[in-house]
Write a protein that binds this ligand. Structure first.
Ligand code: FES
Ligand code: FE2
Length: 455
């Protein structure tokens, strides 16, 4: 039976969750009380340290399997100074390479996505099979055989797939992904992201350090001040959980009012909308506002049974309404829902510590039923094909333009450059993180472990 949570601090979404439940509050991890020096957010030295000690050693979320469904499909992943090539193999596996020609360093794939029999370099026409092996060298007889006797192919890097997501690692000696990721088995897999498709992809440039970005998305402490409109449908005391190796999660309860709202009883427009969004008829609901979350959970459960959506059986009732915002160390957050997953990547700029790319992919699992529609939280523009038939092109948004990611995210994009400027002030002594910002301290501490070569 569903439990209606009582908002308050510290929030525990389900105090009766059994020990094995993924919903259960995690034991605390002590990351200390240090106040880090603010230069980590703007200095070139710190950025260079990250390029040397952090980025080449961590597993990076590089793409999703549904983007390269067939043999010969490929996609690229741009990351700072690097570009990577992910290619589906004849045996169904995925391989990853540096997107670089071994001859003179030209890029191999120039498009964001495509499908090929083999890769052909656009400079001198060398050809490579999808598994990276060299196929042909143009005018091979003009090379001294000693120079090419090793048959130089594309340089492969570590690549692993977990629950429909492709990760790469530049470090040949890195721990296996499963061990690195820090989340319990099933946590990601239960969502069956391999059955979802990218339905919207926006890549926007922001004038802030990538960590200024992650910090803002790792807490709901700022909701009441930056996004007050969310109070009618969302609690802003989240359940914060830390996992090993820098991973973390916050459970943001939806379909309820924030504890900051005086009237906890009347069902007003926001909650009515949430019911409708979940396929319910709000006019048929006779309870008060505090019962809406549970009613939506029951309705979604019944709908999933009717439609034969087996994967719902693995979800707790809370997972049917709440956002499980999950942090993958170091630069990813995924807003996880049974209907879809919102993946955000904070991609550092290659040379400027005060710029990052906010790369957002909305993944949706299409269900062909009139009562099953795309949830409004996805903020999809009208007229988008959500059936998975068309993979939308990436929308690139240059610096200074609104990313148009919906009201909430556009509010963040206005805020962050201002915060970035304040952090650089001589008057700022470093962040003072509350227990609502424990995820921020957690991943920042883990970064320090990499930079100090403790990892
Ligand atoms: S650089 Fe690729 S063939 Fe010359
Ligand atoms: Fe925000």
């Amino acid at each position: 039976m569903a439990i209606n949570i009582k908002a308050g601090w510290p929030l525990e979404v389900n105090p009766n969750a059994p020990a094995h439940s993924l919903e259960r509050k995690q034991p605390a991890i002590d990351d200390g009380l240090d106040i880090p020096h603010p230069s980590r957010y703007y200095s070139s030295e710190f950025m260079e340290k990250e390029w040397r000690h952090l980025w080449p050693r961590v597993w990076l979320l590089a793409g999703v399997v549904s983007d390269i469904a067939q043999d010969g499909d490929y996609t690229t992943f741009e990351f700072g100074p690097e570009s990577f090539l992910l290619a589906r193999q004849a045996d169904g596996k995925v391989k990853a390479f540096y997107n670089v020609c071994p001859h003179r360093g030209n890029r191999i794939a120039l498009n964001e996505r495509g499908s090929v029999e083999q890769f052909t370099c656009t400079f001198h026409g060398w050809q490579f099979a999808c598994d990276g092996k060299l196929k042909t060298i143009t005018d091979e007889n003009t090379f001294n055989p000693k120079l090419i006797h090793h048959r130089p192919g594309l340089t492969e890097i570590r690549c692993e797939v977990l629950g429909g997501i492709i990760f790469i690692n530049m470090d040949g000696k890195a721990r296996p992904l499963r061990e690195y990721i820090g989340l319990p088995a099933g946590y990601i897999e239960n969502y069956e992201i391999d059955k979802m498709n990218v339905v919207h992809h926006v890549r926007s440039e922001w004038a802030a350090n990538w960590k200024t970005g992650v910090d803002a998305f790792y807490e709901t402490y700022h909701l009441a001040f930056v996004h007050p409109q969310t109070q009618t449908v969302m609690e802003d005391f989240s359940q914060y959980d830390l996992y090993p190796n820098g991973a973390s999660r916050m459970i943001v309860p939806l379909c309820m009012k924030s504890h900051r709202v005086g009237d906890q009883d009347s069902v007003d427009a926001g909650l009515r909308f949430m019911m409708q969004d979940a396929g319910m008829d709000p006019d048929g609901y006779k309870g008060n506002a505090q019962g809406v979350r549970e009613a939506v959970q029951q309705s979604k459960r019944a709908r999933a049974q009717r439609l034969g959506l087996k994967h719902y059986e693995k979800f707790t009732n809370g997972q049917l309404t709440d956002s499980w915002a999950t942090g993958l160390f170091p630069n990813v957050q995924m807003g996880m829902h049974p209907e879809g997953v919102f993946i955000m990547r904070f991609v550092p700029h290659a040379t400027d510590p005060e710029k990052f790319t906010y790369d957002t992919m909305i993944m949706y699992r299409h269900v062909d039923d009139k009562d099953y529609t795309v949830p409004a939280w996805m903020g999809l523009p009208a007229g988008i094909d959500v059936t998975g038939q068309t993979r939308p092109n990436i929308k690139h948004v240059p610096l200074g333009q609104k990313p148009e990611l919906g009201e909430v995210l556009d509010q963040d994009s206005d805020l962050l450059p201002v915060v970035q400027q304040g952090i650089k002030s001589r008057g700022f002594r470093g962040p003072l993180w509350s227990e609502q910002e424990t995820r921020v301290r957690h991943y920042q501490r883990e970064i320090d472990r990499y930079l100090n070569d403790e990892k």
